[in-house]
Design a protein around this ligand. Structure first.
Ligand code: GLN
Length: 581
């Protein structure tokens, strides 16, 4: 196994995850099999209990792992299916070491950070790197390891030490370190500054790790003398100084790396030049260029709770992007804080309230994504009602589906106090209830999590046709509450149809409102499996929808329907898909 370690220096938020995924893409394009591991040095066991406000979206894997959003980047870029163990945290490592200590595995010994924690990190990396993630047999050729945080952080020290030991034990031909850093430009002179990078490389070297490549983030391309300086002071050959300057969209980054021969430097370091092919990035080139040339856009109102931080809904944003490209459109996402739609929200100015409603009314479709807690719920209900009554395409994901059930029960069934047990324990009409699969007392990893089957109850519905009429679909879940099976009959009689259910028939998975152009709610999260680079059967016949999409189309069923409906192409699209062909 060969390892590529990606570390970060100077500041956080440099796009280390995207850089590391892009390096994986370039290596994969050379014919190598690539897996990845993300190390998060925080103490939480996993990302499941962290707020999206603070840390961005919690990404969910097939096996139910609640992980850092960078794993979503790896899955989308490398088209792999990762496991929860591909995300290492300090919490997980300590938990495993302490379990062993209690079992008596270290009997008689003093259990210490070095060697016990560092050994646990090394063993974890080596065993997880060997798990195939691309559906093929046997371990991958290269494992890209991304170390979260910035070099020098106290909490990442044990990991740095473990990685230093790993580099020594696997030997120089099997280890390549890429340090991602920032080259700022100061003042009116506009000089590219190398000092912060010099300092962070020095810090890394003091810890026993020497970078083989530098990936320098900058606004403008690096000047020749900046590279020379970096090379001289950081002890890295000029050919190994990569520059990731600002580009119009992230699909350019693998191309940027390829154009700078990053693959050559990495393959040389890993002694893989003889078995690797020249990188084939045709699909990426097409995707990056297609996107640059799209001129039309579609206005999508995203009504949620965590709208202050776009990363809170990263996968939803990506899924919309994939769906829009398939329709030759650019997504124009209008963020609406759900509570701004409420009449009596605390601290809300009349102007902010009016702007929120104007934005909603100007949108061509509405999306209510997942969420927890009651903040903004009344605003989301208003948005769902507005979309339902005005025939505006609506997609409700997880909480968004529960919202549409509450709204329908209130407005159509006349159950004024209808609610979810999550928001109002006293409601006489709980149309959404707690249906636990796991613990009732613990918060961490106890939701209904990961891949579950949704069986179509009929093929005469929009969702089934969009999925090409399969018997069932496997999508990822992350929720505790569900539509109350006892009210399903009443809701259906009044017109809301549950067209997808789980295998027991008790858990509602997909709802639709026949007669409405597109009113779909899903209890699962289709966004987690949306990927570019994987042609979906939905689109294999090019020309069915606008744009030349063959070859890189994602599986973006939920959002593609929404976008097609928003741009009034859905009916024509479904007519050509009557047989699910
Ligand atoms: N809070 C809701 C639940 O737990 C919805 C969760 C979500 O949207 N992911 O069921």
């Amino acid at each position: 196994m060969k390892f590529v370690l990606v570390t970060g220096g100077v500041v956080s938020g440099l796009g280390k995850g995207v850089t590391a995924s892009s390096i994986g893409v370039v290596l994969k394009a050379c014919g190598l099999r690539v897996t990845s591991i993300k190390i998060d040095p925080y103490l939480n066991t996993d990302a499941g209990t962290m707020s999206p406000f603070e840390h961005g979206e919690v990404f969910v894997l097939d096996d139910g792992g609640e992980v850092d959003l960078d794993l979503g980047n790896y899955e989308r870029f490398l088209d792999v299916t990762l496991t929860r163990d591909n995300n290492i945290t300090t919490g997980k490592i300590y938990q495993s070491v302490l379990e062993k200590e209690r079992r008596g595995d270290y009997l008689g010994k003093t259990v210490q950070v070095v060697p016990h924690i560092t050994d646990a990190v090394k063993n974890w990396i080596e065993s997880v790197a060997a798990i195939p993630v691309d559906g093929k047999e046997g371990p991958a050729d290269v494992c890209v390891i991304e170390l979260g945080g910035t070099v020098g952080d106290i909490e990442s020290m044990p990991f740095i030490e473990a990685l230093r030991q790993l580099s020594f034990s696997v030997g120089p031909d099997n280890f390549c370190l890429i340090h991602v850093s920032l080259i700022p430009v100061l003042g009116v002179v506009g000089e590219q500054k190398t000092k912060p990078t010099q300092h962070s490389v020095r810090e890394l070297r003091a810890l026993g790790l020497t970078p083989h490549l530098l990936a320098c983030r900058s606004a403008q391309p690096l000047l020749a003398n900046t590279k020379e300086k970096l090379s001289q002071f950081c002890h890295v050959p000029i050919a190994n100084i990569l520059n990731i300057h600002d580009v119009p969209n992230i699909w350019h980054i693998p191309l940027l790396l390829r154009n700078q021969n990053a693959h050559h430097s990495i393959l040389q370091q890993l002694n893989l030049l003889s078995i690797a092919a020249p990188p084939d990035l045709q699909a990426w080139t097409k995707m990056a260029e297609t996107f640059d040339n799209i001129t039309n856009s579609v206005r999508i109102a995203m009504v949620g709770k965590y709208v202050g931080l776009a990363d809170s809904y990263l996968s939803v944003v990506k899924a919309l992007l994939h769906a829009c490209i398939a329709c030759s459109l650019k997504p124009s996402i209008e963020w609406i804080a759900a509570s701004d739609l409420e009449d009596d929200s605390a601290n809300l100015t009349p102007e902010a309230h009016a702007t929120a409603w104007e934005t909603l009314r100007n949108a061509e479709c509405v999306l209510v994504p997942g969420g927890f807690g009651d903040r903004g719920v009344r605003g989301m209900i208003l948005a769902a009602k507005y979309a339902r009554e005005n025939n505006i395409p609506y997609l409700g994901i997880c909480l968004g589906m529960q919202i549409s059930v509450i709204e329908f029960a209130r407005s159509v069934l006349g159950l004024e106090r209808a609610n979810s047990a999550e928001f109002d324990t006293q409601s006489p009409d709980h149309v959404v209830i707690f249906m636990p699969e796991g613990s009732r007392t613990h918060m961490g990893s106890t939701m209904r999590l990961g891949s579950r089957k949704t069986l179509f109850q009929t093929h005469d519905c929009i969702s089934s046709k969009l999925y090409s009429n399969p018997e069932y679909v496997n999508e990822r879940h992350r929720h505790r509450y569900e539509v109350n099976p006892e009210v399903v009959g009443f809701l259906e009689e009044a017109g809301l149809k549950f067209v997808g259910k789980d295998e027991t028939g008790k858990r509602m998975e997909i709802l639709e409102l026949p007669g409405h152009p597109y009113y779909v709610g899903v209890q699962f999260h289709p966004e987690f499996k949306s990927r570019p680079g994987r042609p979906s059967p939905l689109f294999l016949d090019k020309g069915r929808i606008k744009g030349d999409c063959e070859g890189y189309l994602p599986c973006v069923v939920g959002s593609i329907g929404l976008i097609l409906a928003a741009t009034k192409q859905l009916e024509a699209y479904l007519n050509t898909h009557q047989n699910g062909s």
